[in-house]
Design a protein around this ligand. Structure first.
Ligand code: HEM
Length: 492
């Protein structure tokens, strides 16, 4: 181990003693969000562990994380060069690669722009506020119908398996201008295999830090490589089709708009070509990948909580009946009149903290935090789960209680409490799909809860223990549903 020279006036990072070769892998264990939260109680909001021989700084506490990601944003905005990340999007991922700041910033701006144009900008069709609302409304109604039919035909359905196709269709519509049937074998198998992806990409995977582990046979790692290969091949085929049919005067979707950007800058003599075409068009791979798994996970958890808390499900349904009625599907503009639904979603985000850590960060230069020295290129974990369960911040943090987000008379959301939940990260690396994510979860849920009542099979309560990963999921389960009065014949 090389000893770090601490500049005068700064302190070495606190943290547990570590073993040679494996470091603190045993203490970190299978549930790093729990073990690292426990360590933060002992060592404070800034401490260091070792995974293998590599030091990792773990940040907790909302004040400390704000200081690092916002006030010292540039210094904490890098990504570490982790072994597994080189396989995601062929090493050219916007979210996971070690792109230099300039390249990453250019790509992030392009991605944000593309999302705005094809998701949240005002729609051309008068019935919908934006393309996102149109996609979600149609997929939501289709899903309602499909869940009823599955329950009728076979008595139950697997919520994640069904929801993920509908959610993937929304992002496919925006990225590729197409939707897929719920029986499309290639898409369905690709998006239903995200568990292995999430296990390997989760913060603290020992194989990312201990080289020898990469040479031992691992079924999970093999599946991770296989999923990435298949995912990249799927997107590349669609991109090729877009190049073949690209028409400058008819930009159909996000893929076209990224191709268009590459073509445009070739005509511009002053343009700076530091980012390759491949890295620009490859942005669509990130948007597709990030756009289905996160939202499906949030929705699937939501449905499982509705089943586990039937009185909350009834109260949500009643709010929709009172405020929206039965004559139309809910719209994004009606969000403010559904404070209990908004509180429920925030409580799902907080209580599950299904993205327990952000994607790992990395320091871009020597820096310090709260007087502790942190060298350049140090891997940094941001513990979102800890913020959302901090007893200093939340009364009864383990209790599932949407009411905590309502103001005293229940008529409005308490914005101050709402702001305390952290699931999209913060600062320069903050999620670029946040608006889409929040809108999509809201609209899908509003449609499902307005029209359906969910329940478990007799004696088969879903197992709500989360499985650790980049996104944490509940175990697969079977549920059933029935249409609500007034919606007996869901439209296709
Ligand atoms: C990054 C959460 C939906 C695109 C992230 C990060 C989190 C996150 C925690 C990492 C932040 C960090 O490293 O500090 C979520 C949640 C979602 C969601 C909870 C849904 C409920 C989406 C959607 C898209 C998207 C719908 C795109 C359509 C991205 C991208 C990044 C990212 C591209 C990488 C940003 C960067 O590295 O600069 N998201 N996300 N996300 N998200 Fe999301």
């Amino acid at each position: 181990l090389t000893r770090v020279r601490i500049p005068e006036g700064l302190l070495p990072l606190p943290g547990p003693q570590s073993l040679p070769v494996i470091g603190n892998v045993l203490e970190v264990g299978q549930n790093p969000h729990l073990s690292l939260t426990a360590m933060s109680k002992r060592y404070g909001t800034v401490f260091q562990i070792r995974i293998g021989t590599r030091p990792v700084v773990v940040l907790s506490g909302s004040e400390t994380i704000r200081q690092a990601l916002i006030k010292q944003g540039d210094e904490f905005s890098g990504r570490p060069d982790l072994y597994s990340f080189q396989y995601i999007n062929d090493g050219k991922s916007l979210a996971f690669s070690t792109d230099l700041a300039g390249v990453w910033r250019t790509r992030r701006k392009l991605a944000l722009n593309a999302l705005r144009t094809f998701a949240t900008v005002e729609s051309k069709s008068p019935e919908y506020a934006c393309a996102l609302e149109e996609h979600v409304s149609k997929e939501g109604l289709y899903l309602v119908d499909r869940l009823c039919k599955l329950t009728e035909a076979s008595g139950s359905f697997d919520p994640f398996r069904q929801i993920v196709v509908s959610v993937a269709n929304v992002i496919c519509g925006m990225c590729f201008g197409q939707r897929y049937s719920h029986d499309h074998q290639e898409l369905v198998s690709l998006i239903n295999l995200s568990e292995e992806f999430n296990k390997v990409a989760g913060s603290g995977n020992p194989a990312d830090f201990i080289p020898i582990l990469r040479f031992l046979p691992s079924k999970t790692m093999k599946m991770f490589l296989d999923i990435n290969r298949r995912f990249n091949a799927f997107v590349q085929r669609i991109v090729r089709q877009h190049y073949d049919t690209y028409d400058k005067n008819n930009i159909r979707d996000i893929t076209d708009s990224l191709i268009d950007h590459c073509e445009d800058r070739k005509l511009d003599e002053n343009s700076n070509l530091q980012v390759s075409d491949e890295k620009i068009v490859g942005i669509v791979n990130d948007l597709f990948g990030a756009g289905f798994d996160t939202i499906s996970t949030a929705l699937s958890w939501s449905v499982v909580y509705l089943v586990a808390y039937p009185e909350i499900q009834e109260r949500l349904h009643q709010e929709l009946r009172d405020k929206i009625g039965t004559d139309h599907i809910p719209q994004l503009s009606e969000k403010n009149s559904l404070p209990y639904l908004e509180s429920f979603i925030l409580e799902i985000f907080r209580h599950t903290s299904f993205l327990p850590f952000t994607i790992p960060h990395c320091t871009t230069k020597d820096t310090s935090l709260h007087g502790y020295f942190i060298p350049k290129d140090t891997c940094v974990f941001i513990n979102q789960w800890q913020i959302n369960h901090d007893p200093e911040q939340w009364k009864d943090p383990f209790l599932f209680n949407p009411d905590r987000f309502l103001c005293a008379d229940g008529s409005e959301l308490n914005k101050v409490e709402a702001e305390k939940v952290m699931v999209f990260g913060l600062g320069k690396r903050r999620c670029i799909g946040e608006v889409i994510g929040r809108s999509e979860v809201f609209l899908f849920l509003a449609i499902l809860i307005q029209r359906l009542k969910f329940s478990s099979l007799p004696g088969e309560m879903p197992d709500m223990t989360p499985e650790y990963g980049l996104t944490m999921k509940h175990k697969r389960c079977m549920l059933r549903t029935a249409p609500r009065p007034g919606f007996e014949m869901p439209s296709p």
